[in-house]
Ligand binder design. Structure first.
Ligand SMILES: CC(C)(COP(=O)(O)OP(=O)(O)OC[C@H]1O[C@@H](n2cnc3c(N)ncnc32)[C@H](O)[C@@H]1OP(=O)(O)O)[C@@H](O)C(=O)NCCC(=O)NCCS
Length: 149
């Protein structure tokens, strides 16, 4: 299992993973933007030639805005989500980020627990943030040298 920086050659694999893991979260154009933009980090977990997880984020000055974290359902509960998230935080810190932030649906317990294990704390709530009306928790963590990743 290897974590690699994804490039536009992985577009079809990202769309396939998006369909199985996220139920069609982003369009092809949105994935392409994520894979092409130099300010974005898009890490993929690959076994053989198959993409089984992704973690992406956008560097805005010294902040990493995490945009997606997803693992194929048949590869969950094996530590892959945590591996990807910590890999993304490390890359972001190497690129100058000192904070990381994300939004997570307030009923997504698995993801909230994973983020808490990786040092994230809630700092607010966006009411009705998602299309289906669910609230989003806004989460943050520091990435400075004194924190372990
Ligand atoms: C959230 C998500 C990325 C987690 O991926 P994952 O690979 O299952 O993550 P991990 O394996 O690192 O951790 C998940 C759970 O597996 C457990 N686990 C990890 N390794 C394990 C092992 N070897 N044996 C048993 N359980 C294990 C973890 O303790 C954790 O348990 P918890 O949910 O009770 O806290 C995945 O569920 C997913 O893609 N969900 C849909 C998309 C989503 O919600 N993304 C987040 C949006 S903000």
């Amino acid at each position: 299992m290897t974590a690699i920086q994804l490039d536009p050659g992985w577009l079809e694999a990202c769309l396939a993973l998006d369909a199985t893991a996220l139920g069609g979260f982003w369009s092809s154009a949105q994935w392409l933007k994520e894979l092409e933009d130099d300010r974005r980090i898009c890490l993929g977990l690959v076994t053989g030639e198959v993409l089984i997880g992704v973690a992406c984020g956008w560097l805005v000055l010294d902040e990493l805005h995490i945009t997606v974290l997803a693992v194929d359902p048949s590869h969950r509960r094996k530590g892959n989500g945590q591996l990807l998230l910590l890999g993304l935080l490390q890359r972001a810190r190497q690129n100058g980020a000192i904070h990381a932030t994300l939004e997570v649906a307030s009923d997504n317990k698995t993801a909230i627990d994973l983020y808490a294990r990786c040092g994230f704390r809630s700092a607010g709530c966006r009411k009705g943030y998602y299309r289906d009306g669910r609230d989003a928790l806004i989460q943050w963590r520091q990435l400075d040298e004194s924190n372990t990743i």
